[in-house]
Write a protein that binds this ligand. Structure first.
Ligand SMILES: Nc1ncnc2c1ncn2[C@@H]1O[C@H](COP(=O)(O)OP(=O)(O)OP(=O)(O)O)[C@@H](O)[C@H]1O
Length: 374
């Protein structure tokens, strides 16, 4: 939904070109702009992010994680424009994951199929059902709605990697924007989750052992500006929320961020800046009360620096370690997806035997996984 723009005095001129009429106040800094100058600053800032962080190199095959929503649709449109304008020399493809959510993902995939034609990009669709033998609808009916985001997040990340590997892709980009990043920083601060806090601002990441990079070219792009860009350019996107409620605590952090932004628009960038510059002190001996109960070693994302080197965290297993069950790259014996699916299978068996709707096994496993830093 496009939020109502604050009124601009009739006849006010664009503060950048001083020639055309201003039609909008830029959400990021309240600058009054005409449409053309808005397109220009919006696209140029994303280009500067891509170049400044050396996200791509010539010849890269880049998959755009395409959900049909506003962020990934704008990402596809902007990357196509920039690739042509600045001659990045990358090959762009659309990669969609069908989580199996009736009445939601099937409709949004129809949008992606139209985008495929509009942007003339190849499209690959990978489904949870074919990869894991479980659709999200089945997972929710077995494990309940409360943990749906945990399951979906783990499975989607792996599905994107697997889809990319199938296509010989070097790099997956997603439409995570500045609001998403600031929200994650806030959430991790509020939870005292310093392990996740450290990596929440990384623009370029890579799972340990995986050759596929992941990045967020919209890291500094405001959600409101993405919506305005899609609106002015009349882009074809799907705007319905997922049928399974967003993670409750993220929703709270989102509301908090919105209130802060309405008083001080720069707070989104300021939170990201703080997150990027936070230096965590050496961990003090963890008190019994704060000690996290997980014994399973974390399968952390690694930050990739702009020179291509990888920030190695302590106690990591060697690259190339494979899950004993599915063969997917992991730093644990069993990957997170198999752990979750194992819990579901046990629960399904229990349901079959008992014929009741107890969800103890899966719910317990989910709680354990929620405490892990992914
Ligand atoms: N089913 C999917 N298939 C491929 N990529 C996905 C899928 N779901 C999410 N993504 C990627 O992850 C990003 C963040 O997803 P999230 O679920 O937070 O949705 P969002 O913020 O509403 O984004 P969008 O507007 O693109 O749907 C998306 O922009 C997209 O790049």
């Amino acid at each position: 939904m496009v939020e109502k723009q604050k009124k601009i005095k009739p006849g006010a001129l664009c503060e950048l070109c001083h020639g055309r009429k201003a039609v909008m106040k830029r959400p990021k800094n309240l600058q009054k702009l005409c449409k053309e100058c808005f397109y220009n600053v919006f696209e140029t800032e994303i280009h500067n992010t891509i170049v400044g962080h050396e996200l791509f190199k010539k010849g890269d095959r880049v998959a755009i994680g395409a959900s049909g929503g506003k962020d990934s649709t704008v990402l596809a449109a902007v990357l196509k424009t920039l690739n042509e304008r600045y001659n990045y020399g990358v090959e762009l493809v659309l990669l969609s994951i069908d989580e199996g959510i009736k009445g939601y993902r099937d409709d949004s995939l129809a949008t992606v199929k139209r985008n495929q034609k509009q942007y003339e990009m190849p499209l690959e669709i990978v489904s949870y059902k074919e990869l894991y033998d479980w659709s999200m609808d089945e997972i929710v009916s077995c494990a309940g709605i409360r943990s749906s985001c945990t399951y979906c997040g783990v499975l989607r990340r792996q599905a994107l990697d697997r889809g990319a590997a199938k296509l010989g892709i070097d790099h997956v980009v997603t439409g995570h924007n500045a609001d998403d990043v600031a929200e994650t920083v806030l959430m991790n601060i509020l939870r005292g989750d310093t392990a996740r806090l450290e990596s929440s601002c990384s623009i370029l990441t890579q799972s340990s052992g995986s050759p596929i990079k992941r990045s967020k070219p919209f890291k500094y792009t405001y959600q409101k500006e993405i919506v305005l860009y899609a609106h002015y350019k009349k882009l074809d996107y799907f705007s319905t929320e997922c049928s399974y409620a967003p993670e409750a605590f993220r929703g709270t952090a989102r509301e908090l961020l919105k209130s802060l932004e309405s008083i001080r628009p720069s707070c989104i960038m300021d939170i990201i800046y703080s997150g990027e510059h936070l230096v965590l002190g050496q961990k003090k001996k963890v008190t019994q009360q704060r000690k996290k109960p997980n014994k399973i070693k974390n399968d952390m994302e690694q930050e990739v620096r702009s020179d291509g080197s990888i920030k190695i965290k302590q106690n990591e297993t060697k690259d190339g370690n494979r899950c004993e069950k599915c063969g997917y790259i992991t730093s644990n014996r069993i990957c997170k997806a198999c752990l979750l699916l194992g819990g579901l299978e046990a629960n399904r068996a229990k349901l079959d035997i008992e014929g009741n709707t107890a969800v103890d096994g899966a719910a317990k496993l989910t709680r354990t996984l929620e405490k892990l830093a992914f």
